[in-house]
Design a binder for this molecule. Structure first.
Ligand code: PLP
Length: 396
């Protein structure tokens, strides 16, 4: 018999994918250059030249047993050591190789982190707006409950958070810089969350983990600094990805880093190896592990994202949108000009503006624009955005 749970998930299609499919279809008719496709978070800046050269060199000249052979279950030891050393240098947290587990991107890292600390019947809390894939990611493991958004600043709605906290909560899933809002949780927010969770751990007599999903950690604007959560909270599991910072989503590479201050750090990393066996994930390719280990402290040139953000933010606010200015990522999350953001986004399609309604991000009434596209296209989209708004919402 087929497994109904997954068959039923087919009905809950990803709105992001649907919007992106629309853009592709429309592009066939009018030319993709004429479709203002703000749907997908697919990085648009090139992979660093140094990495491409390294990949080519490894593929052609590397030790075949190392490059094409099975990687150890937890990842190549030298790579784990290098990741740990880089994190230690950058954030001052005393990681060692034994705290690192190599994965297929952030999705792979999260799949392991969830299975490490969530038992059946446990709850995991996350904060709206949140990455819509968290639903399917957590579904086989535990109950995901979403704390309503602080729509004023897109920080954390602590009142709602406190009211939803209960003994069943085993983990809190945090994503900063945030997809879809582009905001960065301030030090005050992180400190407050850490203090609150420490108190709750004591009260309930069990650990509560922060699972910190950080694929956008390096995409920051205007000198913003992201507080590094393991410095504030011992039971932190960081899930990182190279998909965005070096434009390598097809490389499928990332890692789990368990804070050395977590008393079960080594155990959790070793458990990741066992979880891999259970879910058939095994290791990411040896080639990618070896390649990214050479550029751990570098990123693509991502200045275009900030440029695009400023262009959009200026126009959107000028047009009367309520919008929190992003501090990072390549997303912006304004309030729609009518309560039903899906209806708003549907109207925008008539102008070949492809936007994604916020409902799937746990924040109805808002919409997301992924501006990881050429600046030239952003510039061409601005008069179209103006035309759409002035025609459809003249008395906004
Ligand atoms: N988490 C967030 C917040 C994301 O936006 C994404 C991808 O867009 C992922 C996780 C998955 O990233 P990866 O491609 O590394 O699996």
């Amino acid at each position: 018999m087929i497994v109904k749970e997954y068959a039923e998930m087919l009905n809950a299609k990803s709105v992001i994918r649907e919007m992106s499919a629309f853009a592709a279809e429309r592009g066939k008719k009018i030319g993709y250059e004429n479709v203002f496709d703000y749907s997908l978070g697919n990085p648009s800046v090139p992979v660093p030249e140094k990495l491409r050269t390294k990949i080519a060199k490894l593929a052609l000249e590397g030790n075949p047993m190392e490059v094409y052979g099975y990687s150890p279950t937890l990842g190549i030891p030298a790579v784990r050591e290098k990741v740990a050393a880089s994190l230690k240098k950058r954030f001052g947290v005393p990681y060692e190789g034994k705290h690192i587990f190599m994965t297929s991107g952030a999705a792979g890292a999260l799949a392991h982190a969830f299975r490490c600390v969530l038992n059946k019947g446990d709850e995991i809390l996350t904060f709206a707006p949140y990455f819509s894939e968290y639903g399917p990611y957590t579904k086989p493991v535990a109950d995901l409950r979403v704390v309503p958004a602080d729509t004023e600043k897109f920080q954390i709605n602590f009142e709602a958070f406190a009211s939803m906290m209960n003994e069943k909560v085993a983990a809190v899933l945090v994503n900063s810089p945030n997809n879809p809002s582009g905001t960065v949780y301030s030090e005050e927010t992180i400190q407050k969350m850490a203090d609150f969770l420490r108190k709750k751990q004591e009260e309930y007599g069990h650990d509560i983990y922060i699972i910190s999903d950080e694929p956008y950690r390096e995409i920051l604007f205007d000198g913003t600094v992201v507080p590094y959560i393991p410095k504030y909270y011992e039971n932190t599991i960081v899930c990182y990805s190279f998909s965005k910072s070096i434009s390598l989503p097809g490389g499928r590479i990332g890692y789990v880093a368990v804070s050395p201050a977590c008393k079960d750090a080594e155990l959790l990393i070793n458990m990741c190896g066992q979880i891999s066996r259970g879910i058939g994930h095994n290791c990411p390719t040896s080639l990618m592990q070896l390649a990214v280990a050479e550029i751990l402290d570098e990123t693509s040139d991502m200045s275009v994202y900030e440029k695009n953000m400023n262009l959009l933010y200026e126009t959107l606010t000028d047009l009367g949108f309520t919008c929190v200015k992003p501090k990072g990522t390549f997303y912006i999350f304004p309030k729609a000009l009518e309560a039903d953001a899906t209806a708003f986004c549907k109207k925008a399609l008539n102008y070949d503006l492809v936007l994604v309604p916020g409902d799937g991000f746990g924040c109805p009434g808002y919409f997301r624009m992924a501006y990881c596209i050429d600046t030239e296209k952003v510039e061409r989209s601005l008069p179209v955005l103006r035309k759409f708004v002035e025609a459809e919402y003249p008395s906004r």
